[in-house]
Structure formats: structure tokens, C-alpha cells
Design a protein around this ligand. Structure first.
Ligand code: HPA
Length: 248
């Protein structure tokens, strides 16, 4: 069912709804890949059709490795979405990416395992070798950065997102290795979502919300990361998201 969606937003940890979305209707199809994380809420924002889906479910019941990424993306695609903005809560590894920073990364490294990572999984389906040199769509990244600029929202341009398996956080040695690998940010949901979006030909960009310093990355090396810190920092940093989305 094509709902002519101009922009689809997938919300991450601490982001379970979209402010200012009007005339909202929920849609919860079951796809050939199974059930979505929750309803796709389709409404109007600044005169445009916008869809919102909470990646972990509206009650945060799905851990990152159990999100049905294929169902979520195939439903957004079927609804006619061509642009997907993924909101991802992350830990910061390098200096520019401290807590409460918003960033629009331009690279990623996939450390996840055991997740269904392609639409080419089914018996007899086509083997898909999509180009993924730029994992985030450059034109959509530009639009996101311009929207932030015009809305007066500070947004770091670039950075490498390392996608880990979770649901536990990382060890300090794992983060030290990720830093050596070139990662600036660490999160658990960036993949396979970005790769599946590319397989579907969707424009896809990530708006990363830094919730904490990753293990050992902050000024206090043995700092313990609590879920409450994560939620508090996401809530504070999220103030910039509604104006950015309106501009987008
Ligand atoms: N590691 C992985 N994922 C995360 C983190 C982290 O430190 N913070 C928020 N999501």
C-alpha cells in the first residue's frame, strides 16, 4: 500500500515518538519477513507525509539483535518511503563525539554477527552485491546537514559508526580496538539496517545521538555507564531533533 511518504524516521533508544506529527494514523502490516517492531505512525509534518517507527518497539521491548530489520524496512519501502532517516543512540569514542552531541556519520564498520543481513537470504532469491562504499546516501546526508544549519541545530558532519552486537555494552579493550580501527561512534543498531536500506534502493542517513562516552573513552576511564545516563543525555540532545526534522 503506497502511502506517498516523503520521509520515514526510525527512532532508537529513548526516542519512541515524533513530536508535532499531526493527523497520525497507525499502520502495522505483517510482511513476508514477519512482524514489524511496532506500528508505523503516518502523519503530516510541515505539510509533508512523514512516517515514524520505533525500532525497539514503543515500549522498548526488542533488543538490537532481535529487531526485525527486514520487516521494518520492507514495510517502509512498501508504504512508498524513499528517504529514511535513522535515529541511533550511540556511545562516543573520539574527541568530537562527547555526550549530547548530534552527528551525521559518513562511514561505518560492521562488528555484528548472526543477524539476517540481506534480502537475498531466501532460497532461489537473487544474490545481492550492492555498492556500499558510501554506506549513507550522500545526497540525504547533505540535506540533513543543510536542515540542521537552517534550523540552527549543531550537528557534527562525518564520523565512522561501529555497529556492535550488544545488548551488553563494550569492554574498554573492545573500544580501544574500535578506536584503532577508525571508529568515532559505537552503537548496536546501525547494521544490518543501513545495508538492507541500500538493497532496497532507499536513501538512508543516520542521525546519531551521543548518549555517553563509550567504555574507557571519556575523561574518567573507569566510569560506569548507566541506562539512566543514556536516557537523560538522549532526552537533552533530542531537543534539536524536531526543528531539524521540520527543516528537512
Ligand atoms: N555502546 C554501544 N551502544 C550504545 C552505547 C555504547 O556505549 N551507548 C548507547 N548505545
Amino acid at each position: 500500500m503506497n502511502l506517498d511518504i516523503d520521509l520515514a524516521v526510525i527512532g532508537g533508544t529513548g526516542l519512541y515518538q515524533l513530536a508535532n506529527l499531526q493527523d497520525v494514523e497507525p499502520h502495522q502490516p505483517v510482511t513476508r519477513y514477519g512482524a514489524l517492531s511496532g506500528p508505523v505512525r503516518v502523519g503530516t509534518l510541515e505539510g509533508r507525509r512523514v512516517a515514524f517507527l520505533a525500532r525497539h518497539g514503543e515500549g522498548h521491548s526488542l533488543p538490537p539483535h532481535r529487531v526485525n530489520y527486514r520487516a521494518n524496512l520492507s514495510a517502509l519501502h512498501a508504504f512508498g518511503a524513499r528517504r529514511v532517516l535513522a535515529l541511533n543512540t550511540v556511545g562516543g569514542i573520539t574527541g568530537r563525539f562527547g555526550p549530547r552531541v548530534l552527528a551525521c556519520p559518513d562511514q561505518l564498520i560492521d562488528y555484528t554477527w548472526g543477524r539476517v543481513s540481506t534480502f537475498g537470504e531466501d532460497e532461489g532469491s537473487e544474490v545481492l552485491h550492492v555498492d556500499f562504499g558510501d554506506p549513507y546516501t550522500p545526497s540525504l546526508r547533505r540535506e540533513v546537514l543543510e536542515a540542521a544549519g537552517s534550523a540552527g541545530v549543531e550537528l557534527v558532519d562525518g564520523g565512522c559508526y561501529g555497529a556492535t552486537q550488544g545488548p551488553r555494552l563494550e569492554t574498554r579493550a573492545e573500544i580501544a580496538r574500535m578506536r584503532r580501527d577508525g571508529c568515532d561512534l559505537v552503537g548496536m543498531t546501525g547494521m544490518p539496517e543501513a545495508g538492507l536500506a541500500r538493497e532496497l534502493g532507499l536513501d538512508y542517513a543516520c542521525l546519531a545521538i551521543v548518549a555517553n562516552w563509550a567504555a574507557g573513552a571519556g575523561p574518567q576511564v573507569d566510569e560506569v555507564i548507566t541506562f539512566q545516563d543514556v536516557l537523560d543525555n538522549v532526552a537533552a540532545a533530542s531537543a534539536g531533533i524536531p526543528p531539524l526534522l521540520r527543516a528537512l
